[in-house]
Design a protein around this ligand. Structure first.
Ligand code: GLU
Length: 316
């Protein structure tokens, strides 16, 4: 099934234009893992003749680092990752998120929740992405401070171009989830569902750490009557200890001094087979080759640790 779906997706090269996006949180400099996401989303869109946009996810002021958004954009430019149109900023989309909450509310899909993190941790079973909310406030008719969306018992299924068929019974595996946080900020899940639709994104290509966010976003899309894009979740760049590469790790390596050499490693990490000479090419030739030869079906669902050449060689 995975193979059939992949073949169908790559055969769609001549399909109407698609739009991909890269949506970094400005919490630090662009690191290897985010460069992987930028490159994968860029190539998936450009290889199909599509547009590629950048959206800065600056929804969480306490986590935003001053100057990080500019730094990320400058690094993308230095790597030749040219985006279309103006850069979007989630911090400017308040009205759209408020409107989406009002629509969810009018469907009776929301309820206020006053549980603390530790109360939830104490009373919950562990699900696929943290504790499953046990529904303590579901029928309590509270006003908040957080707002949760009701989930249903039915499975949400989607076909991921890299990870294959994914199924998730939201109510059992995740539980009713937060769409407006107790501190009044809109939650990531809500903002992304609203923005991807508003920006007419058709291809969401991002790290596999967000794989189980996707059923939540699809749930919101359905409640809000929004289109569901295609999804591809890239292998996560982890270090030798299996830890996701942080903003600091590898940051020095992508300072933009030798962009082609770094991008060459990114392509290999993504299972592509660039010829050795490409490492010495200029940026334009590099991207021409990468766009012409991108094959999403070569991307491995999981990749060996970054900085472990022996494991990388075994993978190839
Ligand atoms: N802003 C998220 C991050 O930097 C990515 C969100 C997404 O691609 O949906 O991890």
């Amino acid at each position: 099934m995975t193979r059939d779906g992949r073949a169908a997706s790559t055969a769609r090269r001549s399909a109407p234009a698609c739009r991909g996006r890269f949506a970094p949180s400005p919490t630090g400099p662009l690191h290897f893992g985010s460069l992987v996401a930028a490159t994968g989303s860029f190539l998936q869109a450009r290889s199909r003749g599509g547009e590629w946009i950048v959206r800065i996810e600056d929804l969480d002021p306490p986590r935003v680092v001053a100057g990080a958004a500019d730094g990320i954009l400058r690094t993308l430019e230095a790597f030749g990752l040219a985006w279309d149109g103006p850069v979007g900023f989630q911090s400017r989309n308040d009205a759209a998120y408020r409107d989406a909450l009002a629509r969810l509310e009018s469907h009776g899909a929301l309820y206020g929740c006053s549980c603390t993190r530790s109360e939830i941790a104490d009373s919950s079973v562990r699900g696929i992405d943290g504790p499953v909310y046990p529904g303590t406030c579901r029928d309590a008719r509270r006003n908040g401070p957080a707002l949760r969306v009701r989930t249903a018992a039915e499975e949400i299924a989607f076909f991921d171009l890299i990870q294959g068929e994914v199924r998730c019974a939201l109510a059992r595996e995740i539980g009713d989830f937060v769409v407006r946080r107790a501190d009044g900020l809109y939650a990531y899940q809500l903002a992304v569902a609203v923005d991807d639709a508003a920006q007419r994104v058709t291809e969401v290509v991002r790290g596999a750490d967000l794989l189980f966010s996707t059923p939540r976003q699809i749930h919101l899309q359905r409640l809000l009557g929004l289109a569901t894009p295609r999804y591809a979740h890239l292998p996560l760049a982890v270090d030798r200890h299996g830890e996701k590469l942080g903003k600091q790790t590898y940051a020095a390596a992508i300072g933009g001094h030798e962009p082609v050499a770094v991008l060459f490693e990114v392509l290999r990490f993504l299972g592509q087979r660039p010829p050795d000479e490409l490492r010495e090419s200029d940026l334009d030739s590099f991207w021409r080759w990468a766009i012409d030869h991108w094959q999403v079906q070569r991307v491995p669902p999981q990749a060996p640790p970054v900085g472990d050449p022996a494991a990388a060689a075994r993978q190839r």
